[in-house]
Design a protein around this ligand. Structure first.
Ligand code: ACM
Ligand code: ZN
Length: 531
């Protein structure tokens, strides 16, 4: 009897300490919509089952990826099963049999108890985000160097504020290899970003294989190696073209597939009609003039190079290029540039002036509209849609593409009222090539401008004062990483993180649910984990 009493007391004490174990703080970025911490932890160990329910067809990729990432992250091999294998000590990923309208296409619910973790969603994207949340919930334990991995008990309901949550990478000013591009995509996936904007062409290098125009990568992808970006001097005839690179079609397919598995769409950008020195170095016949264009080296401003909009071969060139690009990228949107097209050459080019006259256009701006419209029609024939920088926005614009707003909310509001969809990436909050602290204290040379972490965190993609009727046109936002001063993966990592966390929370979490103080604590935890 005495023994029985002792046994009961011991069991009670054990049960109590089990359920009241101090939980780790929950430091998920972006902040979930609802997160109710509960007592206790779920312990992931070598006996933990990972189970899947209602996963079918192509979603099997999801199971493979979870299995793989789980091994990678926890250094454990999970026992796999379905719902019937789940008795205790399991993590279940289940697609809802009946759609849960409250969480939409990308949301999920998570129930963590000491016995199990149950993640439910309407889609595998939702389950993938649930998995990212589970991983982040273990971060503090990782910093404690503990082998045991604990997930604090909680109930979470989560879904994004915006459908478009992006990050851009300029691979023209400096080239980044496939390995780094995948790392960038992994970082995006960690923070539930879902659109990778790949800036593949610019004055400083053409980075995508196009079979019909081989000179683009034979010549247009290479320039002399210079130590600094500070001074521009023309390329000398004897200088070897040793800096550069490009992605083969196979590499592009590999990256698109890699991103798709992580629920990230890839948006290629072919910059039209300016920022084209690399094209003109390879195909000088597409210029308005006879200037000896080279792939640009160092600061090149203002970029005078522009393709001749009066030359029918230029239209054919762009259509051919876009056709090959469209085949490589399954996402319906292709970015066709349109920014900073300095049209001085068009003003004095007989062919461009002839086009303006033939088409009854008002001026050179209208000529650019006309050119972009030709290419939008071509994309439409290919089953694709265009994204264009906001330089094209005006009160009387005739264009129905999605507008990417880098210049601020004014253009965004005009475009939205006009009926165009809009993606926000204003220089005020989203240009992560700008300084992140006082330049005097900064080791890294940056583009002039200051976006501290706090400033980045203040970003609200919804332009102030836009009436409710037009708000549906604001699809979301993205950060931009222009790489004039970013030569290496190490520098790119330094510039993008942790500001990418601020961007992620700004596009996922409701503005009034954001909390700068809490965010700083979370970032500290994430940073410790990354080290
Ligand atoms: C841009 O920064 N010119 C899009
Ligand atoms: Zn011309």
């Amino acid at each position: 009897m005495k023994h029985l009493k002792t046994l009961i007391l011991v069991l009670l004490a054990a049960a109590l300490s089990y359920s009241c174990q101090k939980s780790n703080p929950i430091t998920v970025i972006p902040e979930p919509v609802e997160c109710s911490p509960k007592h206790g932890n779920f312990n992931i160990n070598a006996k933990t089952y990972v189970c899947f329910e209602n996963i079918s067809g192509e979603d099997h990729e999801f199971m493979k990826l979870i299995n793989h990432s789980y091994r990678d992250f926890f250094k454990l091999t999970p026992s796999l099963g379905d719902k019937t294998s789940c008795k205790k000590n399991y993590i279940l990923f289940e697609i809802n049999e009946k759609r849960d309208e409250a969480i939409g296409d990308e949301g999920y619910t998570l129930n963590v108890t000491p016995r199990h973790i149950i993640a439910k969603a309407n889609t595998s994207a939702g389950l993938y985000y649930a998995f990212q949340t589970i991983l982040q919930m273990t971060y503090p334990d990782k910093t404690a160097k503990s082998k045991k991995t604990t997930v604090p008990c909680a109930k979470i309901v989560d879904y994004p504020r915006f459908a478009y949550r992006g990050a851009h990478l300029d691979v023209s000013r400096h080239f980044f290899n496939v390995k780094f591009v995948k790392e960038y995509i992994d970082l995006m996936a960690t923070y539930k970003l879902n659109k990778f904007h790949w800036h593949l062409t610019d004055d400083h290098g053409w980075r995508i294989q196009i079979d019909k125009y081989p000179e683009l990568t034979r010549k247009g992808a290479w320039r002399p190696q210079r130590d600094t970006w500070d001074t521009l001097h023309p390329v000398l005839p004897e200088e070897p073209m040793t800096y550069g690179g490009f992605y083969t079609k196979d590499q592009i397919r590999e990256i698109v597939e890699y991103a798709a598995a992580r629920h990230i769409d890839v948006i290629p950008e072919i910059e039209i009609p300016g920022h084209c020195s690399a094209i003109l170095a390879a195909y000088p016949q597409y210029a308005c003039d006879n200037y000896p264009y080279t792939v640009a080296v160092g600061p090149y401003w203002p970029p005078k190079a522009i393709m001749c909009a009066g030359n029918d071969d230029v239209i054919t060139f762009y259509k051919d290029v876009l056709s090959e690009v469209a085949e490589l990228f399954p996402y319906p949107y292709i970015h066709i540039g349109g920014d900073e097209a300095f049209n001085d050459n068009w003003q004095v080019c007989p062919k461009c002036q002839q086009r303006i006259a033939d088409k009854g256009l008002a001026d050179e701006m209208a000529l650019q509209q006309w050119l972009m419209n030709q290419l939008e029609k071509h994309l439409k024939d290919l089953g694709k849609k265009a994204i264009i920088w906001d330089d094209i926005v005006s009160d009387d614009m005739v264009n129905m593409s999605t507008i990417m707003c880098w210049q601020g909310p004014k253009a965004a509001k005009t475009a939205a009222k006009h009926g165009n969809d809009v993606i926000m990436c204003p220089t005020t909050h989203c240009y992560f090539n700008f300084y992140q602290r006082d330049p005097k204290e900064e080791k890294q040379l940056c583009m002039e401008g200051l976006i501290t972490l706090e400033k980045a965190y203040e970003f609200d993609p919804m332009p102030k004062g836009l009436s409710e009727k037009y708000q549906k046109h604001i699809l979301g936002g993205q950060c931009n990483l222009w790489t004039e001063f970013i030569n290496t993966p190490e520098q790119a990592r330094y510039m993008i993180y942790p500001r990418i966390c601020a961007l992620a929370e700004s596009v996922w979490t409701a503005q009034d649910h954001k909390d700068w103080k809490k965010f700083q604590d979370k970032v500290a935890m994430h940073t410790a984990f990354r080290k």
